[in-house]
Design a protein around this ligand. Structure first.
Ligand code: IVH
Length: 721
């Protein structure tokens, strides 16, 4: 929004146009957030859009449109389609690390080969394969569209569902039936066949659709992917039918009989059944061949007629895929190798410093708005002060040591869907009077010293709980989706309560005493400006509804650095209850106690996470605040993943050498069966699998009376090797 005119300076015509633009931007952001789960702008920018809209509406009340976003209460309806639980989750893919933007051609090739080879190495290590053992990949384009699951029963299409959050999607069957590429029947198909694939729009169809839209109501789509997503998710299937959607299959979910022994053969089978399979799918005997294919297809990219954002490599042998299995949300047997991101040059107007909930001072570039790959970009992250100064974390020059200054022309790019980044600066266009950016050593919000710890690239405000920015950001995180997700209590209300003299909310626990404190106040919330009986009652009810909270959500919500959603779930599953977790952490007064070893023995928990968790829970003021919160809640235990397996909820320790599978595979198999894998033996261990050479752990198990078995018994237990 750089360069937008002050609200005070607008005349009525400008205000009207501006309201239309802001409403469109807000709706677009809403859709990206709520419907595609892919926010395109930051919360701060979103709030700024809404603030500006409201300010203009306040000045020109006669211009307020009945459909203004300001008239909307809370989130838009989300239950527009029926939910569909996916029996086999719809997962995402991990990406190979992209090449540095400024790499020259040879350096880039070197990079692409190296990262692909590292993936191949990881797969081999997991499977215990040597460097010379054969390992073929199925290689195909990564279609830039929206994923769709098609369920065929008895050869008839019975259900089509979007991905949703991966566990639950939306029923879009009526819409999918209008897509010409999707067969209604699959004669000769297995009894149950769930086909997974991508809905997309070709460049030509997209251009024609946008031309029609421009001539009609003027609402064009930014790119083919948005057009495909918007068209698929229409409540009126007749609209979907009028949109030229296409489909490529790229896998399957539930299946009652295997399709083939390899991915390429399975896809050939799907093609023979009548499903569209990408013609560029190819089996590559080695990872080197796969990378060659990537480079070849990159050259053909523009001529394909539809958007692809890279290639996907999949281990071709389905038996190996089954052994490799999954991490929490991604398969180990596949990887996306994306093409380099699109870039554009623009002017950097200003550098602003934002203070996050962990105190990190984050520099943000305010840009002259520019279109990058079909999206208008006006902000970009600058990462940290070293990045601005032209150094990496080790102090070595990046961008040839060129620093970034206010007024510079910079190259911005979008990697993935979210925050754009600044890649380079054009020194030939640098204003003669420019100065290097002076990164503040004080917090711009509270004035406390902002320091960098040894080895940390981020400067952090040391104000802790006294820094209002940190406290407010923590609270915003606390109420956000994925955390406590309290309806009617968003970033805006948090700001309001934060500075409310009569009903302040300064820490999460205060939220749960709001109703009682309001009842005791002479002036009630319901009587205040912007509130009413109903909205106040709704808020208190929404808060009440969250007093019961699963341990993983609780942990994620309190906003400990490095403890995100996935880590929270891992920790919660291991300790099961808040009492277990807090008691265990309380005993960690050094890294030399069994409780510490238990913590870092959990798969997925490294020392950085563990130290952060322990530091937060043992910091007296922070812990007191967490305890005040916990006292308001009923924190529910998190059970191990539901499964009938003998290992469900059991804690297993592997020790000694395993001969039939690698340690990584053994761990993954145990976890897939619902077990927790720990690194050290404690009284809570249920089973120790000891291979040859097992030492102190096996002895410790015997001392504690824990069951110890050998690898053969382990293989029997999990049903074969
Ligand atoms: S395989 C178990 N293959 O990319 C993971 N996905 O970033 C299955 N996508 O949600 C994914 N083209 O919707 C696969 N050839 C392809 C793909 C592809 C596009 C999408 C897919 C997935 C997303 C992951």
């Amino acid at each position: 929004m750089g360069g937008a005119k002050d609200v005070e300076g607008l005349d009525a015509a400008e205000a009207e146009a501006e309201l239309v633009r802001l409403a469109a931007e807000i709706r677009r952001a809403d859709r990206a957030y709520h419907e595609r789960d892919a926010p395109e702008i930051s919360d701060a920018d979103y709030d700024a859009l809404k603030r500006r809209l409201k300010a203009i509406e306040a000045r020109f009340p006669e211009l307020v449109r009945p459909d203004s976003p300001s008239a909307q209460v809370g989130a838009p309806p989300s239950e527009t389609f029926d939910p569909v639980p996916h029996r086999v989750p719809m997962l995402s893919l991990e990406n190979l690390e992209p090449a540095p933007r400024m790499a020259d051609e040879p350096a880039r090739l070197e990079h692409e080969r190296r990262v692909a080879a590292e993936f191949d190495d990881r797969v081999r290590r997991f499977l215990g394969l040597g460097p010379e053992d054969p390992l073929a990949y199925a290689v195909e384009p990564k279609i830039d569209g929206v994923s769709l699951s098609l369920r065929y029963e008895g050869g008839r299409l019975v259900l089509a569902a979007t991905r949703g959050d991966g566990t639950t999607g939306e029923n879009v069957t009526a819409n999918a039936r209008t897509i010409g590429d999707i067969p209604q029947t699959l004669p000769g198909a297995p009894e149950v066949l769930e086909v997974r694939g991508e809905v997309y729009m070709s460049h030509a169809d997209f251009a024609a659709l946008n031309a029609r839209a421009a001539a009609g109501d003027g609402r064009t789509f930014a790119n083919p992917r948005n057009a495909a997503a918007g068209s698929l998710r229409q409540l009126d299937a007749a609209i979907t039918a009028s949109r030229p959607l296409r489909f490529f299959a790229h896998g399957w979910g539930e299946l009652d009989a295997p399709l083939a022994a390899t991915y390429t053969d399975a896809m050939a089978r799907l093609a023979a059944l009548g499903l569209p399979v990408n013609p560029l799918l190819k089996r590559c005997a080695t990872i080197a061949e796969a990378v060659q294919r990537y480079l070849d297809i990159e050259r053909q990219r523009a001529a394909l007629g539809y958007d692809i954002d890279g290639l996907v490599y999949k281990v071709d042998d389905l038996a190996l895929q089954a052994r490799l299995g999954f991490r929490s949300t991604t398969p180990r047997w596949a990887i996306a190798h994306k093409f380099p991101a699109e870039t554009a040059w623009t002017r950097l107007e200003r550098i602003e410093i934002q203070v996050g909930r962990t105190g990190a001072l984050s520099p943000v570039a305010r840009l002259l708005p520019v279109t990058v790959g079909g999206v208008v970009v006006s902000n970009a992250t600058l990462h940290n002060e070293d990045y601005i100064a032209g150094r990496n974390a080790r102090g070595e020059p990046i961008r040839g040591g060129r620093d970034i200054r206010e007024g510079d022309w910079v190259m911005v790019y979008r990697a993935g869907d979210v925050i754009p980044k600044v890649a380079d600066v054009d020194l030939s266009r640098r204003p003669p009077d420019s100065r290097p950016f002076a990164f503040p050593d004080r917090c711009p919000e509270c004035g406390s010293a902002a320091v960098r710890e040894e080895g940390d690239s981020v400067r952090r405000c040391t104000g802790g709980l006294i820094c209002p920015a940190q406290a407010v950001e923590k609270l915003k995180h606390f109420v956000s989706r994925g955390a406590f997700d309290i309806e009617g209590l968003g970033a805006k209300q948090i700001e309001m309560f934060w500075s409310d003299p009569d009903l302040p909310v300064r820490e999460p626990a205060d939220i749960f005493t709001l109703a009682a404190r309001d009842a005791a106040n002479p002036t009630k919330l319901a009587e205040r400006h912007g509130w009413g009986e109903q909205s106040a009652a709704n808020l208190f009810a929404a808060i009440e509804a969250r007093r019961r909270i699963p341990l993983d959500r609780f942990l994620f919500s309190i906003g400990i650095r490095h403890v995100g959603e996935v880590v929270s779930r891992i920790i919660a599953r291991h300790y099961e209850t808040w009492e277990n977790l807090s008691r265990s952490i309380d005993r960690i007064d050094s890294e030399d106690v069994p409780e510490w070893r238990e913590l870092i023995g959990i798969d997925g928990i490294g020392t950085t996470i563990a130290r952060s968790l322990v530091a937060s829970l043992r910091e007296p003021r922070e812990r007191a605040s967490i305890d005040r919160l916990a006292a308001q809640l009923q924190i529910e235990p998190v059970a191990a993943p539901a499964s009938a397996s003998v290992l469900s909820g059991k804690t297993v320790v592997f020790t000694g050498t395993l001969e039939r599978m690698t340690r990584a595979e053994a761990k993954a198999r145990a976890e897939a069966l619902g077990a927790r894998v720990a690194g050290s033996v404690s009284a809570r261990t249920d089973l120790v699998v000891a291979g040859p050479g097992a030492g102190s752990k096996a002895r410790e198990a015997e001392r504690l009376g824990v069951r110890v078995i050998d690898e053969a018994a382990w293989l029997d237990l999990i049903g074969g090797g």
